[in-house]
Design a protein around this ligand. Structure first.
Ligand SMILES: *Cc1c(COP(=O)(O)O)cnc(C)c1O
Length: 436
């Protein structure tokens, strides 16, 4: 569900006219709806109430703007972090380390030390060498590191190959067959405290059964480890998919059935909850969830302006001022973003075009052979459902400064990150022999 809709002929985010935001901050620009983020969090939390002891650790790699973190911290969310920099952001935004889980296959000594001293709730460990490393760092710091091991349940969740993580061929986690052994090793290390078990099967997963299947597959192991080491939590990870197709039309859609980004049929948080609650309850542990995309995906749009039209004998191109450096999902994993004009077109005629950016790469497109409203230079459009893995994955490729981010709350729009300047782009660089 989200808070973007047409009213009086223009696209609104909550009570704010997006055309006026574009006029004020310029394009391209990201805009997020605070109401949508809050509602997604609350609806999920409410659906999971029957579990009792639970913690939603928002996977902040999806969108790490301080204002987004701050509003989720106020809702009581914890955070799933994947770097020291992300923990730094959480703390700056008013979040608590003792509600953070630290994931990722490549934690450095510096990151482990920092997260340990801040009091991180759990290090989610992805390899045996990492276990030894955390033990060493904790020993030097004179602290005990709370850990969980990420166990790979080897379930096949249908999604794009780049974002599937739960199969044994992926780089993530430790195989189910070796997990008990690795826990035994963890128990023998003096500076570790076994706190939980974690799993995560992938991203943009559009059906609930694979989540329940992963839990059921891990249940015997979890119960065995609970008896041996007194586990405190089980984390079912994140990965719940959202609506990308027809995102505007399906205003209250967030969870759906079907395959890939093609699908339009949805399941609700309530349906998801009803699928996973039973196997999770049977564990008798605190349950952690790590949703990223579900919380913020439909809560953001990327505003961009049409610069030019261009025709070849076989194609019509619409060139816009946003590029793949600003939103890489289409180029990276065939991500789909609906295109909606900020001024609702008077006639409903559509035209088949490629919508492309200015970056010098053929992969720099937002749509190919897509039927969209007829667009002219100067028209502004919104690339919908760009709130997750949008800004956070952007770069300054082609010396294009980072975009501004705007947070809307009710009828108020606040620039929560200023647009980078050209001076910002060269900060910290120098030519040898010249003064910096
Ligand atoms: C990326 C990630 C998530 C969040 O994934 P979404 O698809 O955005 O929900 C959660 N947990 C872990 C360990 C991750 O790597």
């Amino acid at each position: 569900m989200h808070s973007f809709r047409y009213a009086e002929g223009s696209l609104k985010c909550e009570g704010v006219d997006l055309e006026s935001v574009a006029a004020e901050v310029g394009t391209p620009a990201y805009v997020y709806s605070a109401e949508t983020i809050r509602n997604n969090y609350r609806r999920l939390d409410t659906a999971l109430t029957p579990l009792g002891d639970r913690m939603i650790c928002y996977a902040m790699k999806a969108n790490g703007n301080l204002s987004v973190l701050n509003l989720l911290a106020k809702e009581g969310a914890g955070f799933d972090i994947v770097s020291g920099g992300e923990l730094f952001r959480v703390l700056k935004a008013g979040g608590r380390a003792d509600r953070c889980t630290f994931a990722g296959v490549g934690k450095t000594v510096e990151e482990i030390d920092y997260a340990l001293r801040q009091g991180t709730y759990s290090f989610n460990v992805e390899s045996e060498q990492e276990l030894e490393r955390i033990n060493e760092v904790a020993g030097k710091a004179g602290l005990i590191a709370p850990i969980a091991i990420r166990v790979n349940p080897d379930v096949d969740a249908p999604t794009h190959k780049y974002i599937s993580t739960g199969k044994s061929k992926n780089k993530f986690g430790i195989g189910l067959d070796r997990a008990a052994e690795v826990y035994a090793r963890a128990a023998s290390l003096p500076n570790l405290k076994i706190r939980g078990l974690q799993t995560h099967i992938g991203s943009q997963i559009l059906k609930a059964p694979p989540f329940a299947e992963a839990v059921r597959k891990l249940t015997p192991l979890v119960l065995e480890l609970k008896a041996l080491y007194g586990l405190e939590f089980f984390s079912v990870g994140g990965g719940v998919g959202i609506v990308y197709r027809g995102a505007l039309a399906s205003g209250d859609a967030a969870w759906w059935k079907g395959g890939g980004e093609e699908a339009t049929e949805r399941i609700t948080p309530e349906e998801y909850a009803s699928e996973v609650i039973e196997p999770l309850k049977a564990l008798g542990l605190r349950i952690l969830f790590e949703p990223g995309r579900f919380i913020v995906g439909n809560a953001g749009v990327l505003l961009t302006s049409v610069l030019y039209r261009k025709e070849t004998p076989t194609k019509k191109f619409v060139v816009v001022d946003a590029g793949m450096n600003d939103l890489i999902r289409p180029a990276l994993y065939e991500g789909h973003h609906e295109i909606e004009p900020l001024r609702q077109p008077k006639d409903s005629s559509l035209e088949k075009v490629d919508v492309v950016g200015p970056v010098c790469e053929s992969g720099d497109f937002f749509a190919q052979d897509r039927e969209v409203a007829t667009l002219a230079p100067g028209d502004r459009i919104a690339l919908m459902s760009a709130g997750a893995y949008g800004f956070v994955m952007s770069s300054t490729y082609n010396a294009r400064p980072f975009l501004p981010e705007v947070l809307v709350e009710g009828d108020k729009a606040t620039v929560v990150r200023a647009r980078q300047t050209w001076e910002d782009l060269i900060r910290g660089e120098k030519v040898p022999g010249e003064a910096a």
